[in-house]
Design a binder for this molecule. Structure first.
Ligand code: TYD
Ligand code: MG
Length: 475
């Protein structure tokens, strides 16, 4: 037997090196190199088989008939939306998320739903005992669902057992970090183990034709623990996120070989498991109080889905020299930029205040379109006058205080109208811009040219507002 050579793999980026070093040369992370013994059968150390080259591969044209992949709906609509319409047979889905966020709960519910729809589902847990899973099942009211449960971590045993279930439609592995491949000289959870176990399981899924769902833990930096190589090996990567202090959870598509990414599914963690939230805006706005200064509603977009959220700002006098800027749910660099623009272009005096900004409900907003709502909340806090409670805001703000159009305005307006808002403040459309905007009949559109217009609109109504404001829609 050839002596297998040691090599070192970076747990952050998956790069392979012949020698150990304190810092990965490829991605610059410290202390991420782990030793592994190269195994010829694994993708990292794959060698060309000696007898290859005898078969010619066939090239085909781009045009041609290939049917869309078949789908198995999980019957959990929020889950199916993120998957792109259901599970694709023989595909591999990686579900990542913080410990305790609800991954096992979600997958048990999805497995039970598929089981009840007549599909054969195998649920293998390396983290919990059968008793613990049964207890959770009982709590979720799923005890009667047809499901094949097992508590196992030995990869060899799992693979040989899977072979005797040729009709399995779905196999769940909770979690890939607990799996242990014999013959690989490193601890479960190490890059080498995770990669080897995932490789073997994926191969089984592709040959046997079942859909495979892998649970993956997330490191404190937010990346899927261990190898990012795992993300390359699978077809779909989903992140299950949320704030443990809040009850709602978001399932976010990060990669999808069979559908759009950037879709979200919204769930609420209840005493009886995860409940689907068909109308997330209503959930995020549920605790909004009218008539409080420093609050503005942002008409946002998550994937293809409009979501209204409340942005809250609080200003407190900063007696010392350097005021604090504290942000939850938004980018702090962007807040600093907005504060500078409000000071310099609109003459607002914000420098002597500590600024606290919060996206209510624990959602993380990453769109620049939130600029206008954040600015409105800040202006309202500074003037201590509530924003118009019937108004939503969206639009991007540039460094000279100019307002810029954002994508999907119509979707945002429709959602605002659906939830009973009467006005929407947004950047003015450029003359001759891309077509007409369909504004719902119950909604008045307040178009703003410059950030200074917002100062008048946000807190004072539009009556005597600056000349740059144009109001359309509702009389
Ligand atoms: P879990 O699915 O075990 O998380 P993960 O697999 O991501 O680590 O979820 C655990 C949390 O969910 C736990 O803190 C309790 C909560 N929970 C509920 O609130 N209601 C429920 O019905 C269940 C099953 C769990
Ligand atoms: Mg779990």
């Amino acid at each position: 037997m050839a002596k297998s050579a040691a090599q070192f793999v970076c747990s952050a980026c998956g790069s392979v090196f012949p020698k150990w070093a304190g810092r990965c040369e490829a991605c610059g992370e410290w202390n991420t190199l782990e030793q592994e013994v190269a195994r010829p059968a694994l993708p990292g150390g794959m060698k060309v088989a000696p007898k290859s080259g005898r078969h010619k591969i066939e090239f085909v044209g781009l045009e041609g008939k290939s049917p869309p992949p078949p789908r198995i709906p999980t019957t959990i609509a929020e889950f199916d939306r993120v998957l792109g319409g259901g599970l694709v047979p023989a595909s591999v889905v990686l579900v990542g998320g913080d410990p305790g966020i609800g991954k096992s709960t979600l997958l048990l519910q999805a497995s039970a739903a598929l089981g009840r729809a007549g599909k054969q589902v195998l649920y293998i847990s390396g983290e919990e005992s059968i008793d613990q899973i049964r207890m959770r099942g009982a709590r979720l009211g799923l005890s009667s669902a047809p499901l094949a449960l097992a508590a196992a971590t030995q990869l060899g045993d799992i693979l040989s057992s899977l072979a005797s279930y040729p009709d399995a439609a779905l196999v769940v592995i909770d979690s890939i970090q607990t799996m242990w491949a014999e013959g690989v000289d490193s601890a479960p959870g190490s890059v080498t183990q995770v990669r080897a176990a995932a490789f073997e399981l994926i191969r089984a899924a592709k040959t046997q034709g079942f859909a495979l769902m892998l649970v993956g833990h997330v490191t404190k930096e937010g990346a899927l623990a261990g190898p990012r190589v795992l993300e390359h090996m699978v077809d779909v990567v989903l992140h299950f996120e949320g704030d443990r202090g809040h009850q709602f959870r978001i399932l976010r598509g990060v990669k999808n070989r069979f559908g759009a990414t950037d879709e979200i599914g919204v769930f609420e963690m209840t005493g009886a498991g995860l409940a689907e939230v068909a109308n997330p805006s209503a959930l995020f706005l549920a605790e909004r109080r009218g008539n409080v200064s420093g609050s503005a509603v942002f008409a946002g977009l998550e994937g293809s889905r409009p979501v209204l959220v409340e942005i809250q700002a609080l200003l407190a006098p900063a007696p010392g020299g350097s005021p604090r800027r504290s942000v939850i749910g938004w980018d702090s660099g962007r807040l600093s930029m907005l504060l500078a623009v409000l000071e310099t272009r609109c003459g607002l005096k914000l420098a002597m205040y500590d600024v606290y900004l919060n996206v209510a409900g624990g959602l993380r907003v990453s769109e620049p379109a939130a600029d206008l709502a954040v600015a409105a909340a800040l202006i309202s806090a500074l003037q201590d006058v509530p924003t118009d409670p019937s108004m939503v805001f969206f639009g991007e703000i540039g460094l000279s205080g100019e307002l810029r159009q954002v994508a999907q305005s119509e979707l945002r307006l429709k959602e605002a109208a659906k939830l009973g808002f009467a006005k929407a403040a947004s950047p003015r459309r450029v003359a001759g811009g891309a077509g007409r905007l369909a504004v719902p009949p119950t909604l008045g559109l307040v178009e703003l040219g410059h950030l200074t217009d917002l100062v008048a609109v946000a807190t004072g109504g539009v009556k005597g507002a600056a000349a740059g404001v144009r109001q359309t829609g509702q009389a």
